[in-house]
Design a protein. Structure first.
Length: 374
């Protein structure tokens, strides 16, 4: 029983293009439309308008018109559907109550399964359990090799994009310098400003395309990697007790080959009644080398981090920065972006969250006043 068929309606929109000339587009939309109208607005601008219009926030102007169109067409669709169902009900005479009850039961069950709170482990919990089991098995080298392959792909793509942007910037700089030599001869300041604006728009467009391609590649890698991990853990494997080829307690020995110039190890005991012992090792080394995603066998990454994830034995690095700043080390941030983050958010998003929390802590009174006045 199909209660809600759909239809396709053309959306007509008139606007002014980049050169301030009137333009018109037609976009087919399936009605009833149940998705995000804001996302649809962005898709229309991307697919049917000049790429520069994305940077002029054309989707914001389109959003209001599109919102009214979707609401109007959806309402008209539902009105026609209801009228058709009523007419069908009148023409059929006495309805089949049993059939209607079965249809309602089926629809209720499908909707309940879709929107009800999920019972059982989430996808994140399944991945965490699977990953923890695999890294403590003989598959640890295979996991690390797979992560390195992913990192090499991202690093190569990032390098190519950086070179592409640098080459374009160099060409633009040479073009501007050549035009400046002809200033007040055959070139006017307006020509220079127009060229600069055009170059700026092109640079932004290329940079956005590069960032989008990187983000898409990272998303594909993360999905493929997580699927690969969970696929290698079946019920029989989860029930077995496997020993790690490298115990967590010996992780620090993996970086001893780096022979840092300064190093100190000691043990501290914390707690007033129940003492907890912690082994601390302080060494002098380049953080960027220790945190490179293209790690070698003796780096701080790789087995050291893998064995401690999803356990009570985490390890990390504290990076000291000048007082009053919340900007991370550039080289450390660049290294982190040379690979896909499979277990957390990318470092840029993590830093954004930290900056938001710090701003909220620094201005709590102003926010409270704004809430009260609102």
């Amino acid at each position: 029983m199909e209660l809600e068929p759909s239809k396709v309606v053309d959306f007509h929109y008139e606007y002014k293009n980049v050169d301030d000339k009137p333009a018109k587009l037609v976009y087919a939309i399936e009605i009833p439309y149940r998705g995000s109208v804001a996302e649809l607005s962005h898709q229309i601008v991307t697919a049917r308008m000049d790429p520069i219009m994305q940077f002029l926030k054309a989707d914001r102007e389109l959003l209001g018109v599109l919102q009214k169109f979707v609401e109007r067409e959806n309402q008209a669709f539902y009105d026609d559907r209801d009228e058709m169902l009523l007419e069908k009900f009148r023409s059929n005479g006495t309805p089949n109550v049993d059939t209607l009850a079965l249809d309602v039961e089926k629809l209720y069950r499908e909707e309940h399964l879709e929107f009800a709170e999920r019972i059982g482990p989430t996808d994140e919990e399944i991945f965490a359990q699977s990953y923890h089991q695999l890294v403590h098995s003989s598959l640890l080298p295979e996991i690390l090799n797979k992560e390195r392959e992913y990192a090499r792909t991202i690093a190569s793509l990032s390098t190519q994009m950086t070179q592409q942007i640098n080459t374009m910037n160099t060409l633009h700089q040479e073009e501007i310098e050549a035009k400046l030599k002809l200033l007040d001869i055959s070139i006017t300041p307006e020509n220079i400003n127009h060229m600069l604006a055009k170059q700026y728009g092109m640079q932004n467009m290329i940079r956005k395309q590069c960032e989008s391609e990187l983000e898409s590649t990272r998303g594909h890698q993360k999905h493929e990697y997580r699927h690969w991990v969970t696929q290698h853990v079946d019920e029989s494997f989860l029930g077995q007790s496997t020993e790690s080829p490298t115990q967590i307690g010996n992780r620090w020995s993996m970086i001893s080959a780096q022979t840092p110039s300064m190093e100190e190890s000691f043990t501290i005991h914390l707690g007033s009644q129940l003492k907890h012992m912690h082994n601390i090792r302080i060494l002098s080394a380049r953080v960027a080398d220790l945190c490179s995603p293209l790690y070698g066998e003796g780096s701080f990454g790789g087995p050291n981090v893998a064995l401690g994830l999803y356990s009570s034995s985490l390890c990390g690095i504290v990076v000291l920065t000048p007082s009053g700043t919340i900007s991370p080390d550039r080289e450390l941030r660049r290294n982190a972006n040379l690979s896909t983050e499979f277990h957390f958010e990318q470092i840029d998003r993590q830093i954004e969250r930290i900056q938001e929390d710090l701003r909220n802590l620094q201005h709590p009174a102003g926010q409270a006043g704004a809430d009260i006045s609102g």
